[in-house]
Design a protein around this ligand. Sequence first.
Ligand code: UT7
Length: 330
Amino acid sequence: MKVRWPVEIVGTGIRTGSRVMTNDDFAERLDTNDEWIQQRTGIRERRLTVENESTLQLARQASEGALERAGLAPSDIDLIICATITPEHVLPSTACELQAALGCGHVPAFDHVSACTGFTWAFLSASQYIHSGMANRVLVVGVDCMSRMTDYEDRGTSILFGDAAGAAILARTDDPERGVYAASMGADGSQAMSIWVPAGGSKEPATNRTVNERLHYIRMNGREVYRFAVTKMQQQMKQAIEDAGVTVDQIALVVPHQSNLRIIESACEKLGFPLSRVVINIDRYGNTSAASVPVAYHEAVTDGRIKPGDYVMLIAFGAGLTWGTALLRV
Ligand code: UT7
Protein backbone atom coordinates (compact mmCIF):
# COMPACT_ATOMS: atom_id res chain seq x y z
CA MET A 1 0.00 0.00 0.00
CA LYS A 2 0.96 3.61 -0.52
CA VAL A 3 2.06 5.18 2.77
CA ARG A 4 3.95 8.22 3.99
CA TRP A 5 5.62 7.53 7.32
CA PRO A 6 8.23 10.00 8.64
CA VAL A 7 10.88 7.44 9.48
CA GLU A 8 14.61 7.24 8.83
CA ILE A 9 17.36 4.77 9.72
CA VAL A 10 19.94 6.67 11.77
CA GLY A 11 22.36 3.85 12.61
CA THR A 12 23.03 0.21 11.81
CA GLY A 13 25.26 -2.52 13.19
CA ILE A 14 25.94 -6.18 12.57
CA ARG A 15 27.59 -9.15 14.22
CA THR A 16 28.02 -12.61 12.72
CA GLY A 17 29.01 -15.95 14.18
CA SER A 18 32.80 -16.18 14.41
CA ARG A 19 33.39 -19.63 12.88
CA VAL A 20 33.59 -19.75 9.08
CA MET A 21 32.19 -22.97 7.64
CA THR A 22 32.93 -23.56 3.95
CA ASN A 23 31.21 -25.82 1.43
CA ASP A 24 34.21 -28.12 1.57
CA ASP A 25 33.69 -28.49 5.33
CA PHE A 26 30.22 -29.93 4.53
CA ALA A 27 31.62 -32.16 1.79
CA GLU A 28 33.84 -33.83 4.39
CA ARG A 29 30.87 -35.06 6.40
CA LEU A 30 27.88 -35.22 3.99
CA ASP A 31 27.14 -36.44 0.45
CA THR A 32 27.49 -32.98 -1.09
CA ASN A 33 30.10 -30.80 -2.76
CA ASP A 34 31.13 -27.20 -3.32
CA GLU A 35 29.96 -27.18 -6.94
CA TRP A 36 26.40 -28.32 -6.11
CA ILE A 37 26.03 -25.85 -3.26
CA GLN A 38 27.37 -22.89 -5.24
CA GLN A 39 25.32 -23.67 -8.36
CA ARG A 40 22.04 -24.32 -6.54
CA THR A 41 22.27 -21.65 -3.85
CA GLY A 42 25.12 -19.19 -4.48
CA ILE A 43 26.57 -19.96 -1.02
CA ARG A 44 30.33 -20.38 -0.58
CA GLU A 45 30.56 -20.13 3.19
CA ARG A 46 28.54 -19.17 6.24
CA ARG A 47 29.45 -17.89 9.70
CA LEU A 48 28.33 -19.96 12.66
CA THR A 49 28.34 -19.25 16.36
CA VAL A 50 30.81 -21.01 18.57
CA GLU A 51 29.95 -22.39 22.00
CA ASN A 52 30.15 -19.17 23.99
CA GLU A 53 28.20 -17.11 21.42
CA SER A 54 24.41 -16.84 21.46
CA THR A 55 21.45 -14.93 20.06
CA LEU A 56 21.58 -12.33 22.83
CA GLN A 57 25.29 -11.77 22.44
CA LEU A 58 25.03 -11.24 18.67
CA ALA A 59 22.00 -8.96 19.12
CA ARG A 60 23.75 -6.93 21.79
CA GLN A 61 26.90 -6.34 19.77
CA ALA A 62 24.97 -5.44 16.61
CA SER A 63 22.84 -3.02 18.66
CA GLU A 64 25.87 -1.42 20.29
CA GLY A 65 27.31 -0.84 16.82
CA ALA A 66 24.05 0.75 15.65
CA LEU A 67 23.92 3.03 18.70
CA GLU A 68 27.49 4.11 18.14
CA ARG A 69 26.91 4.90 14.46
CA ALA A 70 23.76 6.82 15.35
CA GLY A 71 25.60 8.75 18.06
CA LEU A 72 22.95 7.72 20.56
CA ALA A 73 22.99 6.32 24.09
CA PRO A 74 20.92 3.28 25.19
CA SER A 75 18.72 5.69 27.17
CA ASP A 76 17.71 7.44 23.90
CA ILE A 77 15.81 4.32 22.74
CA ASP A 78 12.12 4.18 23.63
CA LEU A 79 11.10 0.83 22.11
CA ILE A 80 12.89 -2.42 21.21
CA ILE A 81 11.59 -4.94 18.68
CA CYS A 82 13.60 -8.10 18.18
CA ALA A 83 12.82 -10.44 15.28
CA THR A 84 14.03 -13.97 15.97
CA ILE A 85 13.02 -17.61 15.73
CA THR A 86 15.98 -18.72 17.81
CA PRO A 87 15.44 -16.72 21.03
CA GLU A 88 18.01 -16.78 23.81
CA HIS A 89 15.39 -18.59 25.91
CA VAL A 90 11.84 -19.70 25.14
CA LEU A 91 10.85 -17.38 27.98
CA PRO A 92 11.30 -14.39 28.42
CA SER A 93 11.55 -12.57 25.10
CA THR A 94 15.03 -11.87 23.77
CA ALA A 95 13.99 -8.21 23.41
CA CYS A 96 13.57 -7.94 27.20
CA GLU A 97 16.94 -9.57 27.81
CA LEU A 98 18.47 -7.20 25.24
CA GLN A 99 16.91 -4.18 26.93
CA ALA A 100 18.63 -5.09 30.21
CA ALA A 101 21.92 -6.03 28.54
CA LEU A 102 22.12 -2.67 26.74
CA GLY A 103 20.89 -0.65 29.72
CA CYS A 104 17.98 0.94 27.88
CA GLY A 105 15.85 1.49 30.97
CA HIS A 106 12.28 0.24 31.32
CA VAL A 107 11.17 0.78 27.74
CA PRO A 108 8.78 -1.68 26.08
CA ALA A 109 10.49 -4.61 24.36
CA PHE A 110 9.00 -7.50 22.45
CA ASP A 111 9.89 -10.26 19.97
CA HIS A 112 8.52 -10.87 16.48
CA VAL A 113 8.37 -14.50 15.32
CA SER A 114 8.24 -14.42 11.55
CA ALA A 115 11.52 -16.05 10.55
CA CYS A 116 13.18 -14.65 7.43
CA THR A 117 10.47 -11.99 7.06
CA GLY A 118 11.06 -10.98 10.69
CA PHE A 119 13.23 -7.91 10.29
CA THR A 120 11.08 -6.41 7.54
CA TRP A 121 7.92 -6.88 9.60
CA ALA A 122 9.65 -5.51 12.70
CA PHE A 123 10.79 -2.54 10.62
CA LEU A 124 7.21 -1.89 9.46
CA SER A 125 5.89 -2.30 13.01
CA ALA A 126 8.48 0.12 14.37
CA SER A 127 7.53 2.60 11.65
CA GLN A 128 3.93 2.43 12.84
CA TYR A 129 4.91 3.29 16.40
CA ILE A 130 6.85 6.28 15.14
CA HIS A 131 4.11 7.35 12.73
CA SER A 132 1.46 7.16 15.49
CA GLY A 133 3.62 9.11 17.93
CA MET A 134 3.99 6.25 20.42
CA ALA A 135 7.77 6.12 19.90
CA ASN A 136 10.50 8.37 18.56
CA ARG A 137 13.51 6.09 18.38
CA VAL A 138 13.10 2.36 17.97
CA LEU A 139 15.84 -0.27 18.06
CA VAL A 140 14.94 -3.00 15.55
CA VAL A 141 17.02 -6.17 15.57
CA GLY A 142 16.92 -9.20 13.30
CA VAL A 143 18.90 -12.04 14.84
CA ASP A 144 19.08 -15.79 14.38
CA CYS A 145 21.44 -18.54 15.41
CA MET A 146 20.14 -20.97 12.82
CA SER A 147 22.92 -23.45 13.58
CA ARG A 148 21.13 -24.16 16.88
CA MET A 149 18.12 -25.61 15.06
CA THR A 150 19.85 -27.08 12.01
CA ASP A 151 20.15 -30.82 11.43
CA TYR A 152 23.73 -31.31 10.30
CA GLU A 153 22.82 -34.78 9.03
CA ASP A 154 20.36 -33.27 6.51
CA ARG A 155 22.18 -32.08 3.39
CA GLY A 156 18.99 -30.46 2.05
CA THR A 157 18.84 -27.81 4.80
CA SER A 158 22.13 -27.72 6.72
CA ILE A 159 24.16 -26.17 3.91
CA LEU A 160 21.80 -23.18 3.74
CA PHE A 161 21.98 -21.47 7.10
CA GLY A 162 24.26 -19.10 8.99
CA ASP A 163 24.19 -17.17 12.28
CA ALA A 164 24.07 -13.37 12.52
CA ALA A 165 22.44 -10.26 13.92
CA GLY A 166 21.64 -6.97 12.22
CA ALA A 167 20.38 -3.93 14.09
CA ALA A 168 18.90 -0.65 12.89
CA ILE A 169 17.77 2.40 14.82
CA LEU A 170 14.68 4.02 13.35
CA ALA A 171 13.89 7.62 14.23
CA ARG A 172 11.29 10.26 13.37
CA THR A 173 12.46 12.53 10.56
CA ASP A 174 11.44 16.15 9.89
CA ASP A 175 12.68 15.92 6.30
CA PRO A 176 9.53 15.80 4.14
CA GLU A 177 11.34 13.85 1.38
CA ARG A 178 12.50 11.04 3.64
CA GLY A 179 10.45 8.17 4.99
CA VAL A 180 8.59 5.00 4.06
CA TYR A 181 6.70 5.37 0.75
CA ALA A 182 5.25 1.85 0.29
CA ALA A 183 4.63 -1.04 2.65
CA SER A 184 3.12 -4.49 2.46
CA MET A 185 2.79 -7.53 4.67
CA GLY A 186 1.14 -10.89 3.98
CA ALA A 187 0.90 -14.47 5.21
CA ASP A 188 -0.46 -17.81 3.99
CA GLY A 189 -0.90 -20.03 7.03
CA SER A 190 -2.19 -22.91 4.92
CA GLN A 191 1.47 -23.46 3.97
CA ALA A 192 2.72 -23.33 7.56
CA MET A 193 4.30 -26.78 7.38
CA SER A 194 6.46 -25.87 4.38
CA ILE A 195 9.12 -24.65 6.83
CA TRP A 196 8.74 -25.82 10.40
CA VAL A 197 10.24 -27.36 13.53
CA PRO A 198 8.04 -30.36 14.46
CA ALA A 199 8.66 -30.50 18.23
CA GLY A 200 9.49 -28.21 21.13
CA GLY A 201 6.18 -26.33 21.12
CA SER A 202 3.12 -27.03 23.28
CA LYS A 203 1.86 -29.68 20.86
CA GLU A 204 4.96 -31.81 21.24
CA PRO A 205 7.13 -30.70 24.14
CA ALA A 206 10.68 -32.03 24.34
CA THR A 207 10.91 -35.68 25.35
CA ASN A 208 13.57 -38.34 24.86
CA ARG A 209 11.57 -39.54 21.86
CA THR A 210 11.42 -36.12 20.15
CA VAL A 211 15.14 -35.71 20.63
CA ASN A 212 15.92 -39.22 19.38
CA GLU A 213 13.72 -38.67 16.32
CA ARG A 214 15.47 -35.34 15.59
CA LEU A 215 12.20 -33.43 15.73
CA HIS A 216 13.72 -30.22 17.10
CA TYR A 217 15.41 -29.34 13.86
CA ILE A 218 14.14 -27.20 11.00
CA ARG A 219 12.38 -29.06 8.17
CA MET A 220 11.67 -27.51 4.79
CA ASN A 221 9.98 -28.39 1.53
CA GLY A 222 12.63 -26.63 -0.52
CA ARG A 223 11.05 -26.85 -3.97
CA GLU A 224 7.68 -25.56 -2.80
CA VAL A 225 9.27 -22.66 -0.89
CA TYR A 226 11.46 -21.86 -3.88
CA ARG A 227 8.46 -21.45 -6.19
CA PHE A 228 6.61 -19.36 -3.60
CA ALA A 229 9.64 -17.13 -3.02
CA VAL A 230 10.27 -16.33 -6.70
CA THR A 231 6.60 -15.49 -7.31
CA LYS A 232 6.19 -13.40 -4.17
CA MET A 233 9.44 -11.52 -4.54
CA GLN A 234 8.64 -10.48 -8.07
CA GLN A 235 5.00 -9.52 -7.25
CA GLN A 236 6.02 -7.59 -4.15
CA MET A 237 8.75 -5.63 -5.88
CA LYS A 238 6.39 -4.63 -8.69
CA GLN A 239 3.63 -3.65 -6.25
CA ALA A 240 5.93 -1.54 -4.06
CA ILE A 241 7.25 0.39 -7.07
CA GLU A 242 3.69 1.08 -8.25
CA ASP A 243 2.46 2.04 -4.76
CA ALA A 244 5.31 4.47 -4.20
CA GLY A 245 4.68 6.10 -7.56
CA VAL A 246 8.30 5.71 -8.69
CA THR A 247 9.90 4.02 -11.69
CA VAL A 248 12.18 0.98 -11.71
CA ASP A 249 15.05 3.32 -12.65
CA GLN A 250 14.50 5.42 -9.53
CA ILE A 251 15.14 2.49 -7.18
CA ALA A 252 18.79 2.83 -6.21
CA LEU A 253 19.02 -0.51 -4.43
CA VAL A 254 16.97 -3.56 -3.48
CA VAL A 255 17.96 -5.28 -0.23
CA PRO A 256 16.40 -8.75 -0.43
CA HIS A 257 16.32 -11.68 1.95
CA GLN A 258 19.28 -13.89 1.09
CA SER A 259 17.95 -17.44 0.93
CA ASN A 260 19.07 -18.52 -2.52
CA LEU A 261 20.88 -16.53 -5.22
CA ARG A 262 18.75 -18.22 -7.90
CA ILE A 263 15.55 -16.92 -6.26
CA ILE A 264 16.88 -13.35 -6.38
CA GLU A 265 18.15 -13.72 -9.96
CA SER A 266 14.95 -15.29 -11.20
CA ALA A 267 12.63 -12.71 -9.58
CA CYS A 268 14.72 -9.80 -10.86
CA GLU A 269 14.95 -11.24 -14.35
CA LYS A 270 11.16 -11.68 -14.54
CA LEU A 271 10.73 -8.06 -13.50
CA GLY A 272 13.54 -6.70 -15.66
CA PHE A 273 15.33 -5.33 -12.61
CA PRO A 274 19.15 -5.19 -12.96
CA LEU A 275 21.09 -7.38 -10.51
CA SER A 276 23.73 -4.64 -10.31
CA ARG A 277 21.28 -2.74 -8.09
CA VAL A 278 20.58 -5.66 -5.74
CA VAL A 279 22.58 -6.33 -2.57
CA ILE A 280 23.90 -9.88 -2.60
CA ASN A 281 26.03 -11.30 0.20
CA ILE A 282 24.64 -14.84 0.44
CA ASP A 283 27.99 -16.16 -0.81
CA ARG A 284 29.60 -15.20 2.52
CA TYR A 285 26.80 -15.64 5.05
CA GLY A 286 24.24 -18.13 3.69
CA ASN A 287 20.68 -17.66 4.89
CA THR A 288 20.75 -15.92 8.28
CA SER A 289 16.94 -15.73 8.56
CA ALA A 290 15.84 -12.52 10.35
CA ALA A 291 19.38 -11.10 10.20
CA SER A 292 19.70 -11.37 6.45
CA VAL A 293 18.08 -8.07 5.37
CA PRO A 294 19.64 -5.83 8.08
CA VAL A 295 23.10 -7.33 7.55
CA ALA A 296 22.84 -6.67 3.80
CA TYR A 297 21.49 -3.15 4.43
CA HIS A 298 24.34 -2.36 6.84
CA GLU A 299 26.97 -3.53 4.35
CA ALA A 300 25.44 -1.43 1.57
CA VAL A 301 25.43 1.67 3.82
CA THR A 302 28.99 1.20 5.03
CA ASP A 303 30.42 0.55 1.56
CA GLY A 304 28.66 3.64 0.16
CA ARG A 305 26.07 1.94 -2.06
CA ILE A 306 23.22 3.57 -0.11
CA LYS A 307 23.38 7.37 -0.13
CA PRO A 308 21.09 10.04 1.33
CA GLY A 309 18.08 10.62 -0.92
CA ASP A 310 18.12 7.10 -2.43
CA TYR A 311 15.00 4.98 -2.81
CA VAL A 312 15.78 1.61 -1.21
CA MET A 313 13.58 -1.46 -1.04
CA LEU A 314 13.66 -4.04 1.75
CA ILE A 315 12.00 -7.30 0.72
CA ALA A 316 11.70 -10.63 2.49
CA PHE A 317 9.79 -13.91 2.53
CA GLY A 318 9.92 -17.00 4.70
CA ALA A 319 8.25 -19.40 7.11
CA GLY A 320 4.59 -18.94 7.82
CA LEU A 321 4.60 -18.57 4.87
CA THR A 322 5.07 -14.81 5.14
CA TRP A 323 6.26 -11.90 3.03
CA GLY A 324 6.90 -8.21 3.54
CA THR A 325 8.21 -5.16 1.72
CA ALA A 326 9.19 -1.63 2.66
CA LEU A 327 10.19 1.01 0.13
CA LEU A 328 11.90 3.94 1.79
CA ARG A 329 13.70 7.10 0.83
CA VAL A 330 16.77 7.29 3.04
O1 UT7 B 1 14.61 -18.52 4.01
C1 UT7 B 1 13.40 -19.18 4.00
C2 UT7 B 1 13.00 -19.47 2.65
N1 UT7 B 1 13.73 -20.60 2.14
C3 UT7 B 1 14.05 -20.64 0.87
O2 UT7 B 1 13.82 -19.69 0.15
C4 UT7 B 1 14.66 -21.91 0.32
C5 UT7 B 1 13.99 -22.25 -1.00
N2 UT7 B 1 14.49 -23.48 -1.60
C6 UT7 B 1 15.74 -23.59 -2.12
O3 UT7 B 1 16.53 -22.67 -2.04
C7 UT7 B 1 16.08 -24.85 -2.86
O4 UT7 B 1 14.91 -25.62 -3.02
C8 UT7 B 1 17.17 -25.73 -2.16
C9 UT7 B 1 18.52 -25.02 -2.24
C10 UT7 B 1 16.80 -25.97 -0.72
C11 UT7 B 1 17.31 -27.05 -2.89
O5 UT7 B 1 17.65 -26.83 -4.26
P1 UT7 B 1 16.81 -27.51 -5.42
O6 UT7 B 1 17.45 -27.13 -6.68
O7 UT7 B 1 15.36 -27.15 -5.23
O8 UT7 B 1 17.06 -29.04 -5.15
P2 UT7 B 1 15.99 -30.18 -4.89
O9 UT7 B 1 15.46 -30.11 -3.50
O10 UT7 B 1 15.02 -30.20 -6.03
O11 UT7 B 1 16.90 -31.47 -5.00
C12 UT7 B 1 17.55 -31.84 -6.24
C13 UT7 B 1 18.49 -32.98 -5.96
C14 UT7 B 1 17.88 -34.10 -5.12
O12 UT7 B 1 18.38 -35.31 -5.56
P3 UT7 B 1 17.49 -36.25 -6.56
O13 UT7 B 1 16.22 -36.52 -5.81
O14 UT7 B 1 17.26 -35.42 -7.80
O15 UT7 B 1 18.36 -37.43 -6.76
C15 UT7 B 1 18.42 -33.82 -3.74
O16 UT7 B 1 18.48 -35.00 -2.95
O17 UT7 B 1 19.61 -32.50 -5.21
C16 UT7 B 1 19.80 -33.31 -4.05
N3 UT7 B 1 20.36 -32.49 -2.99
C17 UT7 B 1 21.69 -32.32 -2.85
N4 UT7 B 1 22.74 -32.77 -3.53
C18 UT7 B 1 23.96 -32.41 -3.14
C19 UT7 B 1 19.71 -31.79 -2.05
N5 UT7 B 1 20.59 -31.15 -1.25
C20 UT7 B 1 21.83 -31.47 -1.74
C21 UT7 B 1 23.14 -31.11 -1.36
N6 UT7 B 1 24.17 -31.60 -2.09
N7 UT7 B 1 23.39 -30.29 -0.31
